[in-house]
Structure formats: structure tokens, C-alpha cells
Design a protein around this ligand. Structure first.
Ligand code: SF4
Length: 362
């Protein structure tokens, strides 16, 4: 893969081991390793990230040596996008919705990225003709109720380009919902401008899903950027990736979920990390995710609970991956475990059947 460049640059982004070391984000003796990792998947750290780097944030963006190792079960297309891509820029996995990826460029590159084999390459932007073919595909499939703009990051597009895409999708009668998946407000909040949020104006239902992995990412400039979406009437949801060494303990995860809700962002998904090549050092066991979900249940508001999900390798889709609180019992009912670990029968046993109407009449 050739080194990525930002096709619409605004601010200075660090892209080499030497630059990261000079900024104090890596040791000088890590520079060569970072450059080797960058040959496989581009390195990019925005000026905003460099200014607000904590340990949890650095781990997500500064390559580690483990990244150069591919695990046996890891793959270039971990969630099987290719099997559901009828044409470039479209992933149509489920009947009523599809993914439209106008570009595969991001402001910074997360080292655990599940599309790391494709994101940030030289051929990362759809041509006009490819976009037209994608729109024609959506128009010719009346079952498509929701279009998810993803990438890369669709908010890397200039406002005018984005406005044209939103207008084109809005004009398709059977498309009721447009959902944008973005990390731009977190990675480079200065990109969020009134012109950008105005470009998202539509009579259709528009949602933005913000990828955020640690409360440290919600700095003041980020919060100000997020408020611009809310002022523009765009509801915010979040998605988080469970990452070893970043957020894989209940306290850190709960703090993130609360911070999201306090900033009017409803936690939507907590993803188990996909089997992308060179990402094993980020992947905790599923049991760790179960522990975290169990520990959060009941202890923090229901508003703060995301759905823990796993994408089945091979393209078979997403499934809830959280622990089960119900288990069938021998009486044809269930054993239910409450948030404190107490076990109960459902329905409760021992009640006498009675005629409610006869009782009411006496
Ligand atoms: S923002 Fe998303 S698509 Fe871009 S590098 Fe990070 S995980 Fe990958």
C-alpha cells in the first residue's frame, strides 16, 4: 500500500516515525518500527490528537511492534465485506440497509482498524462515475430503507461534496434514514464547521454515530464540535471498540459511557475487535467483554448501556455477544440472574391459581 495523503488537508498531521518522535509521541528508537508499520497501514496522527495525547489515546494511534505480526485467524477482510459488495463503494449485507463508502480516508489511522487493508490506500476515493453507479444501485433496490455513509470517514469530504451526496440520497423515495459513521469530531474537531453540519441538512431522518473509545477523547474542542451536530438537529449515537490496554476494564468503560451520555450521545454499539491482521495485541477474550458488560449492568444508567456485538468472520453479520441473564430451567421457565448475581425463577414458583373475577366479586 502506498502511504496515504489527506486529499483535503487542513492541519498538519504527523505521518512518520521521525515526526512522532520529534513530537514526543514515540522514542527515537521506535521511529524505524513505526515507518515499517506505516508501509502496511498508513500512520497519521492529527495535530489535535498530538496536543491531547494520553496513554489510552496514544495506544490507539502509535504503532507497536506486535502490529507487524499476523495471527493465524486474522484476515485482511475480517467481517467479509467483499462477499457483499456488488460494486465499489457498496456493502449490501442486510436486506433493508447498506453501507456506502465514498472514500477510504480518515484524519488519523487507528491501529486496530478492521478495514486497515483497504483504508488509506492510494485508490481511496470513489470517482464520479462510481458514485453514480452506487446511487443507481440504491435507486434500483426499493427494499433499502437506510443508507449508512461510512468509509474511511465521510466527513473528510468537502462540505459541498457531502451536501450533494446527502441531497442525492434524500431524493430517493424509499430511503428513509441516512446514518453517518464518523470519527472526525474526535480526531480533528476543527473540521466540524457550520458549513459541514449544514451540508447534512435533509428532510430524511439523519443520525451521526461517533466512534469514541475513551473518555480522554472527549476534550473541550471535541465537545464543542459535537454540539454543532446537536444544534443542527442531528441526534448522536456512539460506537466503541473494546480494546486491550485502552478501555478493557469496567471502570474505564463506565466512565466513557457516562461521559458520552452526559454529552447527549446515546451509546449504541460496543464492538468486540475484529480479526484484522496485526491487531491481536488489542483483542481481549470475549469473556472480558462479558465481565465488563455484567459489571456495568445495574451500576450505571440504562441510558449508558451499549449493545456488545460481534461481527461473525466471513460476512455473516453482527450478533449481540453479551452475556445471557436467562437460562431455561427444568420446569419450563427460566433461571434469571440479576445485576448483583442473585438467581431467581421466572415465573416465580409457588403461587396458587385463583379466579380473579370471582375474588373481585366478593
Ligand atoms: S476512523 Fe474508523 S475507518 Fe478510520 S482508521 Fe479508525 S477505525 Fe479505521
Amino acid at each position: 500500500m502506498t502511504a496515504a495523503t489527506d486529499p483535503f488537508p487542513r492541519r498538519r498531521t504527523l505521518r512518520s516515525g521521525r515526526e512522532l518522535a520529534a513530537a514526543g509521541l514515540a522514542d527515537a528508537d521506535q521511529a524505524a518500527l513505526i515507518d515499517r508499520a506505516g508501509e502496511i497501514f498508513p500512520v497519521a496522527v492529527t495535530a489535535h490528537l498530538a496536543d491531547s495525547m494520553s496513554e489510552a489515546v496514544a495506544r490507539q494511534f502509535v504503532p507497536q511492534e506486535e502490529e507487524l505480526m499476523r495471527g493465524g485467524a486474522e484476515r485482511d477482510d475480517p467481517i467479509g465485506d467483499a462477499a457483499h459488495s456488488p460494486l465499489r463503494g457498496i456493502v449490501h449485507r442486510y436486506p433493508d440497509r447498506l453501507l456506502l463508502t465514498p472514500l477510504l480516508v480518515c484524519p488519523a489511522y487507528c491501529r486496530f482498524c478492521f478495514r486497515r487493508a483497504h483504508v488509506g490506500g492510494a485508490d481511496a476515493i470513489l470517482s464520479e462515475a462510481e458514485m453514480e453507479a452506487a446511487f443507481a444501485y440504491i435507486e434500483s433496490h426499493p427494499a433499502i430503507w437506510e443508507v449508512i455513509l461510512s468509509g474511511g470517514d465521510p466527513l473528510m469530504l468537502p462540505a459541498k461534496r457531502l451536501e450533494a451526496i446527502v441531497a442525492r440520497l434524500s431524493a430517493i423515495a424509499h430511503v428513509a434514514v441516512i446514518r453517518i459513521h464518523t470519527r472526525v469530531p474526535i480526531l480533528d474537531p476543527a473540521r466540524v464547521t457550520p458549513a459541514l453540519t449544514a451540508a447534512l441538512a435533509t428532510d430524511k431522518a439523519m443520525f451521526a454515530v461517533i466512534h469514541c473509545n475513551h473518555a480522554d477523547e472527549l476534550s473541550e474542542p471535541v465537545k464543542a464540535a459535537l454540539r454543532q451536530f446537536l444544534r443542527a438537529g442531528i441526534p448522536l449515537l456512539s460506537q466503541t471498540v473494546l480494546l486491550k490496554g485502552v478501555n478493557d476494564d469496567a471502570e474505564t468503560m463506565a466512565a466513557l459511557m457516562r461521559a458520552l451520555v452526559a454529552n447527549r450521545i446515546k451509546p449504541y454499539y460496543l464492538h468486540h475487535p475484529d480479526l484484522a491482521a496485526g491487531t491481536a495485541h488489542f483483542r481481549p477474550p470475549l469473556e472480558r467483554g462479558h465481565d465488563i458488560v455484567r459489571e456495568m449492568r445495574g451500576r450505571i444508567s440504562g441510558l449508558c448501556q451499549p449493545t456488545y456485538v460481534l461481527d461473525i468472520p466471513g460476512g455473516y453479520g453482527k450478533v449481540p455477544a453479551g452475556p445471557s441473564y436467562l437460562e431455561a430451567n427444568a420446569e419450563g421457565g427460566f433461571r434469571v440472574t440479576d445485576w448483583q448475581g442473585g438467581v431467581h425463577a421466572y415465573p416465580p414458583q409457588g403461587g396458587e391459581a385463583a379466579d380473579i373475577a370471582a375474588k373481585a366479586a366478593t
